[in-house]
Design a protein around this ligand. Structure first.
Ligand code: GAR
Length: 190
């Protein structure tokens, strides 16, 4: 049976695009739906150009209705991937997809995790603390931000002249290299 993926993304969606490309020729795993909370997110353009269905939902849809769950059911989604998605996942979604929601975090959890630690805020904090290294964490999602079981981590060394923007570039490179394969491995084991 084909395993169907839905990707949640709130912004640019560069990871979403890499995941779509990674599975484009895979007959066992299909990226079937992109979901975003942000009608202006660039991930929508990426979904359109890659011919992947997408949907925009509101905070009310997400937290006070079954609308998102219904869409996942309509597309017969087996796995949920969070690729730059910034809202806490509600319990009804976690209950529907136990150990089948995978998030990427742009730091070496448990460092630089928790509420408010996303995207550029993470890189700025790493920079402010003169860290000598940072990295990425790919993990299963449970009720608390950034606390689910870790599937994969990869470090990158920081240089003295690395700005927060440069740190972000290094992190994106790591994410694009590893995230699709870690997803594939998790689904194959799942
Ligand atoms: C990625 O770096 C991802 O790790 C981060 O948002 C970025 C999205 O980039 N996610 C978080 O901070 C979640 N806490 P993208 O839209 O280009 O894929």
């Amino acid at each position: 049976m084909v395993q169907k993926i839905a990707i949640f993304a709130s912004g640019s969606g560069s990871n979403a695009e890499k995941i779509i490309e990674h599975f484009a020729d895979n007959s066992a795993i299909d990226v079937s739906l992109i979901l975003t909370n942000n009608p202006k997110a660039y991930v929508i353009q990426r979904a359109q150009s890659k011919n992947v269905a997408y949907t925009v939902f509101s905070r009310d849809d997400f937290y006070n209705s079954e609308a998102v769950l219904s869409q996942l059911a309509e597309y017969e989604i087996d796995w949920v991937i969070l690729a730059g998605f910034l809202w806490l996942i509600p319990e009804n979604l976690i209950a529907q997809y136990p150990d089948r929601i995978i998030n990427i975090h742009p730091a070496l959890l448990p460092k630089y995790g928790g509420k408010g630690m996303y995207g550029h805020h993470v890189h700025q904090a790493v920079f402010n603390n003169f860290e000598k290294e940072t990295g990425i964490t790919i993990h299963l999602v449970n009720k608390e931000y950034d606390k689910g079981r870790i599937l994969f981590q990869k470090k990158v060394t920081l240089e003295l002249n690395d700005t927060p923007d440069r740190i972000a570039q290094k992190i994106h490179k790591l994410e694009h290299t590893h995230f699709p394969q870690v997803i594939e491995d998790a689904i194959k084991q799942g």
